[in-house]
Design a protein around this ligand. Structure first.
Ligand SMILES: Cc1cc2nc3c(=O)[nH]c(=O)nc-3n(C[C@H](O)[C@H](O)[C@H](O)COP(=O)(O)OP(=O)(O)OC[C@H]3O[C@@H](n4cnc5c(N)ncnc54)[C@H](O)[C@@H]3O)c2cc1C
Ligand code: SF4
Length: 449
């Protein structure tokens, strides 16, 4: 612990986002960075708690007290080495993790101002790339081969860990680029795709083979491998099966988000296939993170207005007694995209879409209330009869993803990430990939962790 009084004297300082009027004009990352001395000051706020709840909350078991102490003292290489022991890709989590660690930080409980762990992590990994601490390494080969199916964070972490253990790893990816939802789901304004490419260059130089444009039938896995890891994510979005769903102008969120990321990667689409919010009144159905990404994307495309509706009630603001510290608080979240301008409404169920000449012009919605079910306490939806029509030219369905079902596989086939758990978080998928790699290693006669 560098400065035992810093948490009393140094206020939490976030780098913050670029100004709204500037950032909505492009798809560049919205988050800024602090200068080195302010960053070190932020790291100095860590109290090196006897029981570090930040560590407890991190699915990867990251060690914030140790890496923040090294950062505070300017020992960047050491900070990087501590961080990379538990996290294969801090450059992803440092940008887009909701930072479960920070909500569990003891300074969140005591003064409502946790240590800026996520930003500190991002600063360490960026310094590591900048200073050349991260160079491709050679690992002795053990003569065994593993196939990883899917190249999202779970597949990448599995591949990275197995490669380091000496396996020959081939990653099969159905898309034209590697990265899964990092590449095609998460917008560039949250994660610049050059950040993925930079890591892929290292992994390729270290021996991982990536085969893109290869959709694998998971019932007939490619031959010649000692083990397999299925990391195919949650490809099926939840649909809204109401009258009018078939009309033009209604899209799954991922159709729009992935197309926008492809356009930013230089691909072109015929005008009739382009999903563009320019000049449109956009209605986003679904109040979660995917919905939020649709808002930011619509705003950058030039939407006239954006409305986001959610069927569940508005979450409590600030604190929720149902999820006390150190749990992740289920409270109202306002993302950078929400700040950029949208109307948010809760407790609205969509009854049908209305349209003209096959094109959507509105959505009929009904206010709903939620009451706890007698006995179980589970919330049950009660329609109120209060209906209205929201005018819209473009609807984006962001209501989550279906948990995939898998056939029963032979014992040398493992499953990791969203494919195993249903939709989750990048940090959980990296952790799952690391765990799968350890399990595969144990199965193939290695020592696991
Ligand atoms: C819009 C959006 C925004 C998000 N934002 C965040 C965020 O800010 N922070 C966060 O922590 N999480 C976020 N998430 C969640 C996070 O992206 C996912 O939890 C994570 O990417 C899942 O990783 P995965 O490796 O399991 O699967 P995926 O990332 O879904 O990757 C699966 C890969 O498998 C490939 N594949 C599928 N089937 C086959 C096949 N048969 N053969 C070959 N390849 C196949 C797919 O093409 C894909 O590349 C977001 C999700 C979405 C949709
Ligand atoms: S809980 Fe917060 S203050 Fe305590 S060790 Fe972790 S980051 Fe530091």
């Amino acid at each position: 612990m560098g400065n035992p009084k810093a948490f009393l004297t140094v206020p939490r300082q976030e780098a913050g986002y670029r100004p709204i009027h500037d950032r909505i004009l492009d798809f560049g990352e919205v988050e800024q960075t602090l200068n080195t001395s302010d960053r070190k000051l932020q790291a100095s706020r860590c109290m090196d708690c006897g029981v570090p709840f930040c560590h407890w909350a991190c699915p990867l078991g990251n060690r914030p007290p140790e890496f923040q102490d090294a950062l505070y003292h300017g020992r960047w290489k050491e900070a990087y080495e501590i961080l990379s022991l538990t996290n294969d890709f801090p450059e992803f989590t440092g940008r887009i993790c909701p930072a479960l660690c920070e909500k569990s930080c003891v300074l969140e409980l005591t003064i409502d101002a946790p240590v800026t762990i996520r930003e500190d992590e991002a600063a360490i990994i960026e310094a590591a790339f900048r200073e050349g601490f991260i160079k491709p390494r050679e690992y002795p080969r053990n003569g065994k081969k593993v196939a990883v199916i899917g190249s999202g964070p779970a597949g990448l972490a599995t591949a990275n860990q197995l490669n380091m253990k000496g396996y020959e790893v081939t990653v099969f990816e159905k898309d034209e680029y590697v990265g899964g939802l990092l590449r095609f789901g998460i917008p560039n304004f949250k994660l610049n795709k050059a950040i993925i490419d930079r890591r892929l260059e290292i992994m390729k130089a270290e021996g991982v083979v990536f085969l893109t444009g290869q959709e694998i039938d998971t019932k007939r896995l490619p031959e010649g491998f000692d083990a397999y890891c299925i990391c195919t994510g949650t490809p099926k979005a939840r649909d809204l099966k109401v009258p009018g769903r078939e009309m033009n102008g209604i899209h799954f969120a991922m159709e729009m988000l992935s197309q926008q990321n492809r356009v930013l990667a230089g691909q072109t689409f015929p005008k009739e296939a382009r999903i563009n919010a320019k000049g449109k009144n956009v209605l986003v159905i679904g109040g979660g993170d995917t919905g939020s990404d649709c808002i930011g994307t619509s705003i950058r495309q030039g939407a006239s207005s954006v409305t986001q509706i959610e069927i569940m009630p508005k979450p409590p603001v600030g604190e929720n007694p149902a999820t006390p510290w150190p749990q992740w608080p289920l409270v109202l979240k306002t993302s950078s995209s929400h700040e950029e301008g949208c109307t948010r409404r809760w407790g609205l169920s969509t009854l049908r879409f209305i349209g003209k000449n096959g094109k959507v012009t509105g959505a009929e919605v009904e206010e709903v209330e939620w009451e706890p079910e007698a006995g179980t306490g589970r919330p049950v939806m009660k329609p109120t009869g209060r209906k209205e029509t929201i005018k819209t030219d473009m609807v984006l369905l962001a209501m989550g993803f279906l948990k995939p079902e898998h056939p029963s596989y032979p014992e040398n086939v493992f499953i990791a990430g969203d494919a195993a758990t249903g939709a989750s978080l990048v940090v959980r998928c990296i952790a799952a990939g690391r765990k799968a790699a350890a399990d595969i290693d144990t199965y193939l006669g290695g020592k696991g962790y």
